[in-house]
Structure formats: C-alpha cells, structure tokens
Design a protein around this ligand. Structure first.
Ligand SMILES: Nc1ncnc2c1ncn2[C@@H]1O[C@H](COP(=O)(O)OP(=O)(O)OP(=O)(O)O)[C@@H](O)[C@H]1O
Ligand SMILES: [Mg+2]
Length: 484
C-alpha cells in the first residue's frame, strides 16, 4: 500500500511543488490550503504522515499538530517553519512533532526527512508486532495442560521476573529450551537478547572464546576482536545448554563470570562488566558428575538457584493428543496438506508407545505422518514405523548417545534390549517386533544377557529361572539409555 501523506500549506506554489514531488515519488498525497482544512481532512481519514506549514490562516501548524496527536498519539508530523523563527521550531518539537524543516528548503531535503520518518514508523510497528508475538508465544506456543505441565508454567511465571539462575533438567526432547525461552520472554529482560550456547558442541578453547570473546591476535586466526556470548547477553538472558560435560577450566571461568558479573576476553586484560541472567540445562546426571568430581559443586549451586525438572512425555500421556494435534496443524500448513486429526486407532498407538525421545520424537513422528497421510485423518498405518525410525532419524532423535569415552557394543545391545522390553511391558514378542528380530532371536539374547523380569516367572521352566539373578537392574538401565 502507498503511504498516505497530508500536506497543509497555504502558499499554492509551495503546496503544489510538494504535492507533485511526492505524487511522483509514489505516495498518495492529500492537500489542504489552510489549518482548518487540514483538521477536516484529519477527521475524515488516517495518514501515515503529516507535513504542515507553521504559519497559516485560521488554524496554524501547531494546532494541526495538536489535533493530529490528539487523535493518534503515534501520528508523525513534520512542521515547516519560517527562516529565523527558532522559537517555533522548539515549540513544535516540544508539542511532539517528529521533525521540522526551515524554509526555504529543497524538496529533496523534505523527501529525505519523510523517508526517514516513514522508516521510523515501519520499525516502530515491527517492534510492536514482535513484542506482541512474543507475548502470544508465551501463552500459546507451548502446548500441554496436564497437571505436571501446569506446575511447570506456574514455576516459570513465578521465577521469570526475578534474576535468579535457573537449572532445567530433563530427558532429551522434553522442552527444556522452550522453557528457557519462556523464562526470558516473561522476564523484564525480554526486550534484550536471549543468547544460547551449546556447551557440549565445542572443544574447550573454542568454547571459551565463544563464551567470553577474544581480542584480535589472541591466537592464530584471531584476526579481529570477537564478542562473546556473555557480552551479547548483557541486559538479557544467557542460556547455557548441555552443561554437564564442561571442562574444569571453563567451569571455573563461568563460575567467576556469574559471581562477579565480569571477565576478561581471551587474550585481553581489560575487564568486561556485564549484567546477565543465567539459565542452564542438561539431560545428563549432574549429581553423578558431582559425585565423580567432574562437575564443580559450587558452580552447581550457583546455577541451581531454581530447579525445574521437565516431566517426560510418558509421565503425562494426557498431553499426547493436544501436542499431536498441534504438530499436525503446523505440518499440514507447512506441507500444504489437508490433514486434520488422528483416527482412534492411531491415537491408541501414540498412547501405547513410551516416547523415549519425548515431545521432539512426537513432533518428528507427526511430521512423517502428515507426509504419509492420504486422507484427512492420520491412520495407524501412517505411524506404523513408530520407534523404529526414530533411532535412525538423526542425532537429535537418537535414543542412544555414546559417552565420550566410548562404550562396549554388547553393553549397548543389552541396553537397547532392555529399553525394548520396558517399552513393550516385558512382552518378548512385542519387544522383538520393535527391534525387527525374530522371537527366537529375542529369546536367545535374553538368555545371553541373563535378562529377567518378575512377570516372566510363571511362563518359565525351572532351569531357566536360575539365570534370573540380576534383580532390578533393568529399570534403571533402561531409563538411563535415553538420559545420555
Ligand atoms: N510443550 C510443548 N509444546 C509444543 N512444542 C514443544 C513442547 N515441548 C517441546 N516442544 C518441541 O519439541 C522439540 C524439543 O524441545 P526442546 O528443544 O525444548 O527440548 P530439549 O529438552 O531442549 O531437548 P534436548 O535435551 O534434546 O536439547 C522442539 O521442537 C520444541 O518446539
Ligand atoms: Mg535442548
């Protein structure tokens, strides 16, 4: 749409010149030859911008300005004042004019000021739009009304406005990052940056310079100064993700940065002061890391002023349907397919599954299902690969993560077997189907790893029971698979 401009000027040659120039430049221009007429036009329609002469018969430019701003506080008005009447310029600026221009002027000067003013309006509207949208996302972007999720929202709402550090723990895909963002969006810091750093993604040296920045020449390849995330997040929130495996050196530096709110850039001597709120997350077991001595206890207490533990999806199955519907709507729009919901059988499949990859796995599953769907409803067939594909659907959805020191393949096999068995309620045949092996192969492996379960007792020959000496190791192991 063309920007609409009102031009109020009693001297016809000047008025016509302005109207012609702006009409040529692609604006929609309405002219008024007096202040009175300008006010009449303002009452009839809205304008993106008003250009008004100061000295006019009947009503002067100040009155036009006051009228425009009285109608709409955001009205952008540029006033033309006579040469040597500085007091008029001061007066109109005080009254809320966006700018003024002294006569005589070149029409290009006016065009420049108008372009600048309209850009200002555009940016202002955009900021408002984004602020509104952030507000909307806080309320509606996260789906789930189970008791467990309500408790999470309650905590988020309570702790967001403070500056307290928050530690978010939970399995992969449970929504830790979304909660971190929600905390930021609900805090007074929402207008400043939400800066994220994945602490597991980089080796120590790079991580340090990403977090704290570096000075030019501090190491080979550092050809200019680099601003670190702590500095970028100043005034806002720094989200440290996957913190459980950070090196001792980095832990010490982060601890100081949190305690003192200051640090030095790599290769620098100048102390940088910041004002940063910390939110950290991990799907690792920090207690165990503290026990092992690989995670500093003092840092843990600094980060863990408020603790949020994200519930797994299997612990809040009532959220499955609303989440699935939410994702179907998103992917139907994205993939331009007319898919609206789930068949009752498909929903049953979703309920039966135990979601080791939590909400992210459900999201991926719904994306594939919408892609596969041939009718308005997703059928059980569309999600028949559930659980199998997630293991190969990429790193994020991979239920087994290798620890850095590596792992025995047999141990992994055993964990996967246990996971499959817990998922299928210890029905071997179903577990075998999950792993795409025969029941006989499953039976063989169960014996090989001496896996047992109380519910198997009654179906078993006495001699087989002798192998069942491992007691309740399975539950812990099976859940730990997804926690790595
Ligand atoms: N309550 C929710 N409503 C809507 N979408 C959600 C919800 N929870 C999680 N998601 C979506 O699931 C995906 C995973 O969420 P998120 O990245 O926050 O998980 P995470 O706990 O940080 O996982 P990881 O430990 O693997 O980093 C994201 O795409 C996110 O948008
Ligand atoms: Mg995450």
């Amino acid at each position: 749409m063309k920007p609409r401009i009102l031009v109020a000027e009693d001297e016809a040659p000047i008025r016509d010149g302005i109207v012609a120039a702006f009409t040529d430049a692609g604006y929609e221009v309405v002219a008024a030859s007096s202040g009175r007429e300008a006010i009449d036009r303002l009452q009839e329609q809205t304008f993106d911008l008003v250009i008004s002469d100061y000295r006019m018969p009947e009503k002067d430019g100040l009155e036009v300005l006051n009228h425009a701003r009285g109608q709409n506080e955001d009205a952008v008005v540029i006033v033309m004042t006579a040469y040597g009447t500085v007091e008029h310029a001061v007066e109109v600026m005080r009254a809320g004019a966006y700018d003024y221009l002294q006569k005589p002027f070149k029409v290009e000067d006016l065009e420049f000021k108008v372009a600048k003013a309209l850009e200002h309006v555009r940016l202002r509207d955009q900021v408002r739009y984004l602020e509104d949208r952030i507000g909307v996302e806080v309320d509606h972007g996260m789906v789930g009304s189970s008791r467990l999720m309500k408790e999470i929202w309650e905590t988020v709402r309570k702790v967001a406005p403070s500056n307290a550090a928050v530690l978010i723990q939970g399995e992969t895909g449970t929504g830790k990052e979304l909660v971190a963002q929600a905390i930021h969006n609900n805090s007074d810091r929402r207008k400043a940056a939400f800066v994220k750093m994945n602490c597991a993604a980089l080796p120590e040296g790079l991580l340090e310079s990403e977090l704290f920045g570096h000075e030019k020449g501090s190491f080979t390849g550092a050809d200019r100064r680099h601003t670190g995330r702590f500095e970028l997040a100043s005034g806002g929130t720094l989200f440290l993700d996957e913190i459980s495996n950070m090196s001792p050196g980095i832990q010490a530096k982060i601890l100081r940065a949190i305690q003192e709110q200051e640090f030095e850039r790599v290769g620098g001597t100048q102390t940088v002061h910041v004002d940063v709120r910390l939110v950290a997350a991990t799907n690792g077991d920090l207690d165990a890391a503290i026990q092992r001595g690989t995670f500093r206890e003092d840092l843990y207490y600094r980060l863990n002023v408020v603790n949020i533990v994200m519930p797994t999806l299997r612990a809040r199955k009532e959220d499955i349907e609303p989440l699935a519907t939410h994702f179907i709507a998103i992917y139907a729009r994205e993939l331009k397919k007319d898919v609206k919901g789930l068949s009752p059988e498909a929903l049953r499949v979703l309920y039966r599954y135990n979601w080791p990859g939590n909400v992210r796995e459900l999201q991926n599953t719904m994306e594939r299902a919408v892609l596969m769907a041939e009718s308005q409803q997703i059928r059980a067939e569309d999600i028949s690969t559930l659980g199998r594909q997630s293991a190969i659907a990429g790193k994020d959805a991979m239920p087994v993560h290798l620890p850095p020191q590596g792992m025995d393949l047999e141990e992994i096999e055993k964990m996967v077997l246990l996971e499959a068995l817990t998922m299928s309620n210890w029905v071997q045949k179903e577990a075998a189907a999950l792993l795409n092996i025969s029941s006989r192969a499953m039976n063989y492996k169960v014996k090989k790893f001496s896996i047992t379960h109380p519910t198997w007792k009654k179906n078993r020959a006495p001699e087989e029971d002798a192998g069942g000496a491992h007691g309740p190791i399975y539950d812990g192991l099976a859940t730990r698979i997804t926690n790595r």
